[in-house]
Design a protein around this ligand. Structure first.
Ligand code: SF4
Length: 471
């Protein structure tokens, strides 16, 4: 492990510990994840053919990824044919430069932004601010974390770690006047601030949920309506899209729309689904004068060519976060990257460098709840194991090799397995009380740091089976 990786690992453990001892955060996480997990199940149940639709969505995504260059070229052509501009960005810096250049060349001083994980990934706000452009998040949760100078802690609920009181405090500081902490006042205050930002903005920035290659249509799915104001009021709209967001045909879109909101919040559809095909035309009541699409790679080509390609099928619904027993306890910030939860544990090391994020593939119990909740059935546990294997190949661990080598020898010899079982029972029994070992000794002590280990039974399964057979 490099020093940098060791430091990251220490930070992950420290952030997880801090999250576990934060009572308010624990309450917020339990409330959010339990509500959304139940909603996810209800959402799938409300669609009688959900199993087929999920499989269909998965197949569309996998087929698209297998032919990604072709669909991206088709998308570029379609967007240009309806009057839009298309830019290609290899990495985060290039994407930020493109957006800043568009802003400079149009004399943009203020921009508004709809919620977008891709723009978080490239740290666009920081780039715009250092270029002298004021940028305001317009999703209320994102606006709150912008005021708090934090990262989102959940894909669909970025400010889940905040309480009404902390939000009121942030708004009060921002306005320089006290803001009461009841929900209607907070919402009204947020709306009052953001309305002015919309009216003053020259540029609206969004992500893209889906981009239809055959028509050049950019699809935005939001719950607050801020996406519509962001894309219609300012004179320039810039959409930043991860290259995996393209879908081939118009008729593929309903398959994903049926699933996205159901998986995320249990609703049949999100409140707002905006379909944007080019800038405003003559006679249109609203819409931007110019539309720019920035197609971002930032490590995705590398993933596309790897055994982890399936991870690019993610439609960012957040369902795997809600289902994950690790995320449910430590929340999003402990993961250290923009993407958190099970899919974050796959994407963050893949987009950057596996050796920089050694803890992430291990931040999972591999229970499979993430895959069960995922609308496109991404096999996240399989990929986490694959990442662990890669880590192991890159840097072999003497003690791990020794432990697995010994385990192999024991498992190959039934007499040795029986002997070891007996030894283990003798060793653990004195450490057990009321059926549980609360503190294991030596190198396995970590097991019992936050949970108990079941005490061994008096007789082994084999002994019980033998006795049963004799009867
Ligand atoms: S991996 Fe699946 S469940 Fe997780 S955010 Fe992506 S689409 Fe949703």
């Amino acid at each position: 492990m490099t020093d940098y990786a060791r430091q990251e690992h220490r930070e992950f453990v420290a952030a997880s510990r801090a999250a576990l001892s934060d009572g308010k955060l624990q309450l917020a996480l339990v409330r959010l994840t339990s509500t959304l997990t139940a909603a996810n199940r209800r959402g799938y149940d409300s669609l009688p053919e959900s199993a087929q639709v999920r499989e269909q969505a998965r197949q569309i995504k996998l087929r698209t990824l297998a032919n990604l260059p072709r669909y991206l070229e088709q998308l570029e052509e379609s967007v240009r044919s309806v009057g839009g501009f298309v830019h290609w960005a290899d990495d985060a810096r290039q994407a930020c430069n493109i957006v800043c250049d568009i802003a400079w060349s149009h004399g943009v001083k203020r921009a508004v932004k709809a919620k977008s994980m891709t723009t978080e990934e490239i740290h666009l706000n920081a780039a715009l601010e250092s270029a002298g452009i004021e940028v305001t998040e317009t999703d209320f949760g994102e606006f709150v974390i912008q005021l708090a100078k934090e990262r989102p802690s959940h894909i669909v609920a970025p400010a889940v770690h905040h309480t009404r009181e902390s939000i009121a405090g942030l708004l009060s500081n921002h306005l320089g006047e006290p803001v009461p902490d009841d929900a209607p006042t907070l919402a009204k205050t947020g709306r009052r601030i953001l309305r002015q930002k919309f009216f003053a903005a020259d540029m609206g920035i969004t992500g893209v949920n889906f981009a239809v290659a055959e028509t050049g249509t950019l699809v935005l799915v939001t719950n607050e309506g801020n996406g519509r104001l962001t894309t219609t009021w300012p004179r320039i709209h810039v959409a930043v899209m991860g290259m995996e967001k393209v879908i081939p045909r118009w008729r593929d879109l309903p398959v994903f729309l049926k699933l996205l909101a159901r998986a995320a919040t249990g609703h049949p559809l999100s409140v707002y689904t905006s379909l944007i095909t080019g800038p405003a035309r003559n006679g249109d009541l609203d819409g931007p004068e110019e539309l720019h699409l920035v197609i971002l790679d930032n490590g995705r080509s590398k993933v596309l060519a790897s055994p982890f390609r399936e991870s690019l099928a993610c439609i960012r619904c957040g369902a795997c976060l809600n289902a994950c027993p690790v995320y449910r306890r430590i929340g999003g910030h402990a993961y250290g990257g923009i993407y958190s939860g099970p899919i974050g544990s796959v994407l963050t090391p893949l987009y950057s460098d596996i050796s920089h994020n050694p803890h992430l593939p291990h931040a999972s119990s591999l229970c499979g709840a993430c895959q069960a909740a995922c609308p496109v059935k991404i096999n996240i546990p399989h990929m986490l194991i694959g990442l662990r294997e890669l880590q192991h190949e890159k840097k072999r661990n003497f003690w791990e090799d020794l432990a697995y080598g010994l385990a192999r020898r024991v498992l190959q010899r039934p007499w040795l397995y029986r002997l070891m079982g007996r030894l283990l029972r003798w060793t653990l029994r004195p450490l057990s009380r009321d059926g549980w070992c609360c503190r294991l000794p030596g190198p396995v002590a970590g097991w019992t740091q936050s949970r108990d280990f079941p005490a061994p039974t008096r007789r082994s399964f084999r002994q019980l089976w033998k006795r049963e057979m004799k009867r």
